[in-house]
Design a protein around this ligand. Structure first.
Ligand code: 13P
Length: 256
């Protein structure tokens, strides 16, 4: 049985003060004894240490929003996997649509990052998802296949055990338009079949596939109730405990 992962991607939001306060509120409702649901927050780089301290004593994990693929060295402005681990990160989000479409990251770059992360002891949340125009022209599955093939090229089954997939249709990110449960389930089922072909059917059953794109308290339970939806990658609604905690609670209810 796959354990739900509810992850907050804070993107380029919060201040040191508001991030620490939010982490403190989450720590208070996710005690160390939390078993049914895994909770993760991914603050901006400068706040990782302070947020990590605020999470001590809770079961909330810390993650980063990106990482560079090279070992520490002369790469101005970049952050290495080792540094993220040193700051207490367990996860790193890679290939987010904003990195793909705003920063121009290619599948080849994302693949190097995935391999560096899993090789360096971080779990990777590999994001995939189609643009609205790609969905409208019937290319969704082709796009997902290409991003999976690119992102996981050269990644062994043992390494892929440290990978979580996040399906984030670009048209649903920050738009308030959520994929219907049927659209999400269909994409997730397709991704799991891809994993079964690329690795083995047994392995594909163990991989968690999160949905992201306008997840809110009022749609979380239906989305998480789909057989192949194993959690959520939440943007806007992860920025306040009052909107994020109900999503954790929806997952708790379903896993009880
Ligand atoms: P929103 O929840 O704000 O749509 O963002 C989704 C997302 O991009 C999470 O990574």
């Amino acid at each position: 049985m796959r354990r739900f992962l509810i992850a907050g991607n804070w993107k380029m939001n919060t201040t040191r003060h508001s991030g620490v306060a939010l982490a403190g509120e989450l720590a208070a409702v996710v005690p160390q004894a939390e078993t049914g649901v895994e909770v993760l927050v991914c603050p901006p780089y400068p706040y990782l240490l302070a947020v990590g301290e605020a999470l001590v004593g809770s079961a909330v994990h810390l993650g980063a929003q990106d990482a560079y693929f090279e070992a520490p060295g002369a790469f101005t402005g970049e952050v290495a996997v080792d540094m993220l681990r040193d700051c207490g990160c367990r996860y790193v989000i890679l290939g987010h649509s904003e990195r793909r479409h705003v920063m121009g990251e290619t599948d080849a770059i994302i693949n190097r990052k995935v391999r560096a992360a899993v090789g360096g002891g971080l779990a990777a949340v590999l994001c995939v998802g189609e643009l609205l125009s790609e969905r409208q022209s019937g290319q969704t599955e082709e796009v997902l296949d290409r991003q999976m093939e690119g992102g996981l090229a050269g990644v062994s089954e043992a390494e892929a055990a440290q990978v979580v997939i996040a399906y984030e249709p670009v048209w649903a990110i920050g738009t308030g338009v959520t994929a219907t449960p049927e659209q999400a389930e269909s994409a997730h089922e397709h991704l799991r079949k891809w994993l079964a072909r690329r690795y083995t059917p047994a392995f594909s059953e163990k991989v968690r596939i999160l949905y992201g794109g306008s997840v809110k308290a009022d749609n979380a339970e239906t989305l998480l109730g789909q057989p192949n939806v194993d959690g959520a990658l939440v943007g806007g609604a992860s920025l306040k405990a009052s909107t994020f905690v109900p999503i954790i609670e929806a997952a708790r209810k379903l896993s009880a």
